[in-house]
Design a protein around this ligand. Structure first.
Ligand code: UDX
Ligand code: UDX
Length: 466
């Protein structure tokens, strides 16, 4: 089976970059990315590539090369479904906020809507590819909807989870450690898998393309994220111990990371992990374990989240305690709001929760982030529903110049590890700050001896203060 026309439903952080790279590497295939969100599609089509809806290093260049050649962004969902031989589903799957499994299970309503729409429109056989991260056995649900509501055409369902990390999405797509494709073990299932393998094989060597059964593929995605998040929570747990004992977390990380059985990646202590996937996928795993009656398994993984919440809380509490137990009316500057550097994504960012805790103590927060918009920051806070939108806007300001943001601050907190924070004139920032000038480095980013030499009262995650 030779695929010539692909459609992707969902032009978000996953669908957009993934399809851009797939189209760049397969100029013979027409790739159409559709989305119900008109503004998002308009932004993807903007002639000024700086206006793309998603910021990722290297993405502009890929889009520039492929767009209008074989890569198209559109709101005409039905037409794109009708024309495609292969359809990727890349819509969001947030944690349920209602009903059974509230706060834990994945909300699959968008996935189901997509399946029903495909069933309604399809007049020819199609291969459906799950790109969104889904609970195990979702493929079966999709298949059931398609088979019972469709026009008699046949569907093959594949699971092809994404492993791209935001901020390095293009690199991760171009040079993935592996590509995972799950499918049915039947002859038609194998044929569908092979069609997708061929597309990836145009730039990835076949040894790095794994094929498995559908359930293994779906579960592997959740497990990969759970293991990564667990490493961050493990090192963050040790960071607290370091602060209490005088060990230095970077030294500990380095020492254990050089053990090749442990490895050095994902051992950076932080103010807590964020992002759209880790928490959601672990909760999902916990929910699956619970519904199978495996309560010890569920508790084990849930602890990763408990530790992460603790890390965010204790960062905020530590700030209050160092600032003489009151931050009421004090200006506190946040450098960074994104959940990590090189992305404008803020989903589940630790900054949101640290801000919320400090606002509860009546702090006045000023935020500077090089890529995140003011609307996004307010939307993140409003979403928590802790206080009114007016109150959030009264207590928290967004400033587009880092020096102005830091002027007259009682404390500066580093929430995201943006490289540009390293290049600042910290002497200048010190002069303009209220004394004693506190810096709380949630990313252990800045040079401690330099900061102390300038005169700051500097403390970082995982380092004891004497
Ligand atoms: C992704 C993955 O798909 C999800 O499984 C993963 O676990 C987290 O990240 P992401 O691309 O980051 O989602 O989500 P988002 O940026 O919200 O993009 C999803 C897009 O789908 C949105 O632009 C939304 O408008 C669109 N959408 C959603 C549709 O076009 N139709 C729908 O029915 C629902
Ligand atoms: C993650 C997975 O890495 C990716 O494979 C999956 O497909 C989607 O989820 P992403 O959420 O984009 O990607 O970012 P990631 O780089 O994994 O970082 C997640 C969070 O962990 C960030 O808040 C980051 O700052 C934090 N982190 C990461 C640490 O605190 N310490 C580390 O050592 C690594």
């Amino acid at each position: 089976m030779n695929i010539t026309n692909i459609c992707c439903i969902g032009a978000g952080y996953v669908g957009g970059p993934t399809m851009a790279v797939l189209a760049q590497k397969n100029p013979q295939i027409k790739v159409t990315v559709v989305d119900v969100n008109k503004e998002r599609i308009a932004a993807w089509n903007d002639t000024d590539l700086n206006n793309l809806p998603i910021y990722e290093p290297g993405l502009k260049e890929v889009v520039q090369e492929a767009r209008e050649r074989n890569l198209f962004f559109s709101t005409e969902v039905d037409r794109a479904i009708d024309e495609a031989e292969m359809i990727f589903i890349s819509v969001n799957t947030p944690t349920k906020t209602y009903g059974k499994g509230k706060g834990m299970a994945a909300d699959l309503k968008y996935i189901e809507l997509c399946a029903r729409q495909i069933a309604k429109v399809a007049k020819t056989n199609k291969i459906i590819v799950e790109k969104s991260t889904l609970p195990v056995r979702t493929a079966q649900a999709i298949k059931s909807i398609l088979d019972h509501t469709g026009n008699g055409v046949t569907f093959q369902i594949l699971s092809n989870p994404e492993f791209l990390a935001e901020g390095t999405a293009v690199q991760d797509l171009v040079h993935p450690d592996r590509v995972l494709i799950g499918g049915e073990e039947s002859a038609t299932g194998k044929e569908a898998m092979e069609a997708l393998v061929a597309i990836y094989a145009s730039w990835i060597s076949r040894e790095n393309i794994l094929t498995t059964n559908v359930w293994s593929s779906e579960l592997s995605k959740l497990v990969a994220n759970a293991f990564l998040a667990q490493r961050v929570s493990s090192i963050n747990a040790i960071s607290e111990l370091c602060e209490a004992t005088g060990a230095d977390i970077s030294e500990v990380s380095r020492a254990i990371g050089m053990d090749s059985r442990i490895g050095s990646k994902f051992l950076k202590a932080s103010v807590g992990f964020g992002g759209s996937c880790f928490q959601k996928d672990i909760l999902n795993l916990v929910y699956i374990a619970k519904t199978n009656g495996l309560h010890k398994v569920a508790d084990y993984w849930e602890q990763v989240i408990v530790m992460n919440d603790h890390q965010k809380n204790r960062f905020a509490e530590n700030m209050v305690s160092k600032l003489y137990n009151t931050v009421s009316g004090k200006k506190i500057t946040f450098l960074g709001w994104a959940f990590k550097k090189d992305t404008n994504d803020t989903r589940e960012s630790a900054a949101i929760y640290v801000a919320d805790a400090l606002l509860n103590e009546q702090a006045e927060i000023t935020v500077y982030d090089p890529k995140v918009s003011a609307e996004r920051i307010y939307a993140d806070l409003d979403y928590l529903g802790t206080r009114s939108p007016e109150e959030n806007r009264r207590l928290l300001k967004i400033v587009k110049d880092p020096y102005k943001a830091c002027a007259e601050a009682h404390a500066i907190a580093i929430l995201t590890e943006w490289d540009e924070f390293l290049t600042y004139d910290w002497e200048r920032i010190f002069k303009a700050a209220v004394k004693p000038a506190f810096v709380f480095d949630g990313r252990k980013l800045l040079d401690a001896s330099l900061m102390t030499a300038i005169g700051f009262d500097y403390s970082a995650i995982g380092v004891a203060k004497n």
